[in-house]
Write a protein that binds this ligand. Structure first.
Ligand code: ATP
Length: 314
């Protein structure tokens, strides 16, 4: 089952949440819908889940119109993430049974399916614990398991690993990624480029309800010029000096965060720029708490896309 979104717009009063957005998720693949907060990800997922109506455009799932054939499509869709709430006072197992019942499974089948999922997700030790007494990682696993209770062919995931730090997020996907995603058509909404890059065959980047970039993970990362040089200063009094000495050697404009005293810039020269920056900062007496290269983030992608747009307009 493929997902085709054609020029879809959605407005809430004065807010244009989606503004002519188009993308396709090929059958059996994962598409990462990557965007910052308030860019329209949840709105897109809610439209696909038939929980909301769009103002214009067209959405097809498996060739069927999402509204005309909503009833039939709903049984084939699984949802996990922000707006799908499990009941915190129930145990994980009870939540899975409830999810089965809500999907129309009989009592017996709901129980056997819940037991199957507990087993497959390696959750037996915590299955009888109230969900609000479980770790965030365990809650995320139960959220994903609940979305699979009726074995949907299409999965809509709205930041399903929200609340997990980067390392735990990777542990989650290491443990259950294949089971959750394998063979399904998946739309994964996330703010984390690393997560989208790990899980998705293609990534569509959105900002302010519009598609601003798309491609494979490598293509999207390449927009930023590769890696990012990032320095954290010890004293805010050094910020101006650091900017003055780094600007001439950087490959792209510097971005400075006054709150965290961090200066960053994307670079294609990696280690060469790093050693140059260390030398020049030390020569000029700028005290650095930490300096290094890191993988690009969504913020770097949006900055690169913005700079391209400005350059194109000139
Ligand atoms: N029910 C609503 N009524 C009014 N405005 C809304 C409503 N839901 C969302 N919005 C607005 O629409 C825009 C897109 O919101 P949406 O939740 O789709 O973005 P998002 O990318 O999922 O954000 P987040 O990552 O913070 O959840 C935002 O400006 C938001 O404030």
């Amino acid at each position: 089952m493929s997902i085709v979104v054609e020029c879809v717009s959605k407005r809430y009063g004065a807010v244009q949440a989606l503004d002519g957005i188009s993308f396709t998720v090929q059958e059996g693949t994962v598409l990462g819908l990557l965007g910052p907060s308030r860019s329209g990800k949840t709105t897109m997922i809610r439209l696909l889940a038939t929980l909301l109506a769009h103002d214009s455009g067209r959405i097809l799932v498996d060739g069927l119109d999402i509204y005309r054939d909503a009833r039939m499509l709903r049984t084939r869709l699984g949802l996990a993430g922000q707006f799908v709430s499990l009941v915190p006072q129930l145990t994980g197992y009870e939540n899975l049974v409830m999810a089965g019942r809500l999907c129309g499974l009989g009592r017996h089948r709901s129980r056997s399916r819940a037991a199957e999922l507990v087993d497959q997700f390696d959750l037996s030790e915590v299955a009888d614990r109230r969900l609000d007494r479980c770790s965030c990682l365990v809650r995320c696993k139960f959220g994903l398991a609940a979305a699979l209770v009726h074995e949907p062919r299409v999965l809509l995931l709205d930041e399903p690993a929200l609340g997990l730090d980067a390392a735990t997020r990777m542990r989650l996907w290491d443990a259950v990624g294949n089971r959750v995603l394998g063979g399904r058509t998946v739309l994964l909404a996330t703010q984390c480029l690393e997560e989208a890059d790990l899980l998705a065959r293609r990534i569509t980047v959105i900002d302010c309800g519009q598609v601003v970039a798309e491609g494979t993970g490598d293509e999207v990362k390449a927009l930023t010029g590769g890696v990012c040089l990032e320095a954290e200063l010890r004293n805010d009094g050094d910020l101006a000096a650091a900017q003055a000495v780094l600007s001439p050697i950087a490959d792209a404009p510097l971005v400075t965060d006054l709150r965290t005293l961090r200066i960053r810039t994307p670079t294609a020269r990696g280690a060469e720029l790093l050693s140059e920056a260390v030398r020049i900062l030390s020569q000029n007496g700028v005290q650095v708490r930490e300096i290094g290269l890191r993988l690009p983030t969504l913020g770097d992608v949006l900055q690169a896309v913005g700079q391209r747009a400005v350059a194109d307009r000139k």
